[in-house]
Design a protein around this ligand. Structure first.
Ligand code: NAI
Length: 342
């Protein structure tokens, strides 16, 4: 299955002419996307930053944007509204303060599929719902745009109330700089499935493999320092992934020694992946796609704002850092800080 890729030539910026565009949130993505859009020629007076009074609002003001603290007032004016506040906050804010005040033909833009796929936002059937989801942190969305480069981005129309949803999504993608390098046709389902799969299946396994590898090598007499540097502090894994993006996931191995190439390729081929595959399928179908995780996560969302041990994320950090790897790294970093202070 190959996906369609959209470029600048597929997008018509004229569709945005005379539209009032509201950014709900001026954080990582909001600040980057609003500035890119303005620099693409959307007049400043047609852009409103809807933000509660906080340092993000001050940042928007300092950059010359019009800031509106009253979300209902901003929503009433919006032809297009980007939802760029944290995913877990969106349902409450959108459903209570934005949705009741939006125009019937407004276009709502999400940068992640989560709330759309799990149907947590109340839209009217006449409205357009589109996804423009950069695969980059906000600071890179901005810096790549400033350098005249594009960035990878997923784009989709999730609900076509006006008959122009995809065209609008493409125009907005171009305005934030996403079609310069090619925006990939996707969907909220695909984006959510891949994102949560990576977070709940792939990376937990990688963390577990590092944790267990660390303990085995430590038991064999390797020092904390040698292990931390060998395994990640040298930044070798980061370089390997950089090479994988440039040269190919397998082909990057050509940069390693012959012993290393042979060991890695032969070792991986000899591993039976069937248990991992079954585990991965279980997470994908019985945790992500069936909304089990989302339903459980929504029950603890409020606790994530709490301080100390009342915050479940804090407990997970404590348990993870209690591992041999976590404790050893703490010692190494403390020794390094001591050396630097001398
Ligand atoms: P963020 O954490 O930077 O959001 C901060 C903004 O949200 C600020 O404007 C703040 O005033 C506002 N905010 C926070 N809590 C609020 C509340 N309770 N009520 C009202 N406003 C509140 O958000 P970020 O990371 O930019 O994420 C926005 C969207 O972009 C999400 O859907 C996320 O999944 C998506 N996304 C984020 C990426 C990233 O680089 N962080 C990458 C790609 C997509």
């Amino acid at each position: 299955m190959s996906a369609k890729i959209y470029y600048d030539s597929d997008a018509n910026l004229d569709l945005l002419k005379d539209k009032t565009i509201v950014f709900l949130g001026f954080g990582n993505q909001g600040a980057a996307q609003a500035q890119n859009l303005r620099d693409s020629g959307i007049p400043n007076e047609k852009i409103i930053i809807a933000n509660r009074p906080d340092h993000y609002a001050e940042d928007a003001k300092s950059k010359g944007f019009n800031v509106e603290h009253d979300f209902a007032k901003a929503a009433k004016q919006a032809d297009i509204i980007f939802l760029l506040i944290p995913d877990q906050v969106q349902p409450r804010v959108f459903n209570n303060e934005i949705a009741p005040n939006l125009k019937d033909d407004a276009c709502i833009v999400v940068a992640s599929g989560y709330n759309v796929f799990y149907k947590l936002l109340n839209f009217k059937p006449s409205q357009d719902i589109v996804m423009v989801a950069p695969r980059m942190i906000g600071s890179s969305v901005r810096s790549l745009y400033v350098k005249g480069k594009g960035f990878p981005c997923f784009v989709s129309s999730e609900q076509d109330g006006t008959g122009k949803a995809l065209e609008l999504a493409l125009a907005l993608s171009r305005a934030i700089g996403a079609t310069k390098a090619g925006a990939i046709a996707s969907s909220a389902r695909e984006e959510t499935a891949m994102d949560l799969f990576a977070e709940q299946a792939l990376w937990p396994n990688i963390i577990m493999l590092f944790r267990e590898a660390f303990s085995v090598l430590k038991e064999a007499g390797c020092s904390d320092e040698a292990l931390c540097y060998e395994m990640w502090m040298s930044k070798e894994p980061a370089e390997i992934f950089e090479r994988a993006a440039e040269d190919g996931f397998i082909r990057q191995l050509k940069h390693h020694s012959t012993v290393s190439q042979y060991g890695q390729l032969n070792g991986a081929l000899n591993l039976d992946g069937s248990a991992a595959r079954a585990h991965f399928k279980d997470i994908l179908y019985n945790q992500v796609l069936n909304a089990k995780f989302q339903q459980e996560f929504s029950k603890i969302e409020d606790d994530l704002e709490k301080e100390g041990d009342a915050n479940p994320l804090e407990i997970l950090y404590q348990k993870s850092e209690a591992s041999e790897l976590g404790q050893a790294e703490k010692r190494v970093r403390a020794r390094l800080a001591g050396l630097l202070a001398q």
